[in-house]
Design a protein around this ligand. Structure first.
Ligand SMILES: *[C@@H]1O[C@H](CO)[C@@H](O)[C@H](O)[C@H]1NC(C)=O
Ligand SMILES: *[C@@H]1O[C@H](CO)[C@@H](O)[C@H](O)[C@H]1NC(C)=O
Ligand SMILES: *[C@@H]1O[C@H](CO)[C@@H](O)[C@H](O)[C@H]1NC(C)=O
Ligand SMILES: *[C@@H]1O[C@H](CO)[C@@H](O)[C@H](O)[C@H]1NC(C)=O
Ligand SMILES: *[C@@H]1O[C@H](CO)[C@@H](O)[C@H](O)[C@H]1NC(C)=O
Length: 238
């Protein structure tokens, strides 16, 4: 009996540890450490939220799809496509569509995006080239372009996340209060074949400091996923 209850606790712990974790640079739902070539495609739709600065300073957030991640590919490559927010304290919020094929620098995308717009994001990988698609679903104004890099993507990770920003000195900037962001039609896989949604992926909560004066970190988000292919990420203010 004793053996059984210990075994059961271990199994429950293992399940919980696999399903949910905290991370200091992004929050959301991510498939990671899959076999090479599991993904060549990631897609999601979200409505651009109104953001605010949680404290007396500028804050930042990027709502994005990710394809591959740190340590995933032999080349060191990873890719992200999304919308960056710079929330000026008591000022405007700058909204900029962008992609980054790391380790190459961030590239801005020339498509206007405003609060309340519904934005469709899609990335298709062909290893050292890829297709970027960003669409304002309300107006159908869109960008559809081929991008490339000498750093090969390998298709081991895909996800739907909100990431913080690191400044030129490598310092993590304050995470903007993004309220609630819902990704819908969130799917990834081998295009035309296996599609995976956020359900069953690792749910990653943002763990960080609400501002620079905090001495300790807090869980600053929750992630809830549904079997209809949606992921709801909620900012927690302390
Ligand atoms: C933060 O989130 C993790 C993962 O869900 C959880 O294990 C931990 O208990 C949370 N910490 C606090 C202080 O709520
Ligand atoms: C994926 O691998 C990395 C590096 O080994 C590890 O830190 C992470 O916890 C792994 N994630 C999962 C879901 O197994
Ligand atoms: C997106 O389309 C909607 C509907 O046409 C429009 O109101 C909105 O301004 C568009 N967004 C941008 C930034 O052009
Ligand atoms: C990307 O594609 C362009 C046009 O085909 C080519 O000139 C360039 O060398 C490629 N860059 C990389 C890094 O592969
Ligand atoms: C990064 O942020 C830190 C803390 O605010 C600041 O001291 C540093 O000068 C910033 N670096 C750059 C390059 O902006």
């Amino acid at each position: 009996m004793r053996f059984n209850s210990v075994l059961i606790s271990c199994l429950l712990f293992a399940f919980a540890a696999l399903a949910v974790k905290t991370f200091t640079s992004y929050t959301g739902s991510v498939w990671e450490n899959q076999t090479e070539g599991t993904f060549n495609y990631v897609h999601g739709i979200f409505t651009v939220p109104e953001m605010s600065s949680p404290e007396d300073m500028d804050s930042f957030a990027t709502v994005e799809l990710i394809f591959d991640n740190d340590g995933g590919c032999p080349s060191g490559a990873k890719f992200r496509l999304g919308v960056n927010f710079h929330v000026v304290q008591n000022g405007p919020t700058y909204i900029q569509a962008q992609y980054q094929w790391s380790p190459d620098p961030i590239q801005k995308l020339n498509i206007p995006i405003s609060t309340g717009d519904t934005v469709q994001l899609e990335f298709i990988s062909h290893s050292t080239s890829g297709q970027v698609f960003v669409n304002n679903l309300s107006s159908h104004q869109h960008i559809d372009m081929v991008v490339n890099s000498s750093h090969a993507l390998c298709g081991r990770a895909a996800g739907w996340v909100i990431q913080d920003e690191i400044n030129g000195s490598g310092k993590e900037m304050a995470l903007a209060n993004f309220g609630v962001v819902s990704f819908t039609h969130a799917n990834a896989g081998t295009r035309g074949e296996i599609l995976m949604g956020p359900l069953g992926a690792t749910q990653v909560r943002f763990f960080g400091k609400a501002n620079y004066y905090d001495s300790e970190g807090h869980n600053m988000s929750t992630v809830i996923v549904y079997d209809d292919g949606s992921a709801v990420i909620t900012f927690l203010s302390n």
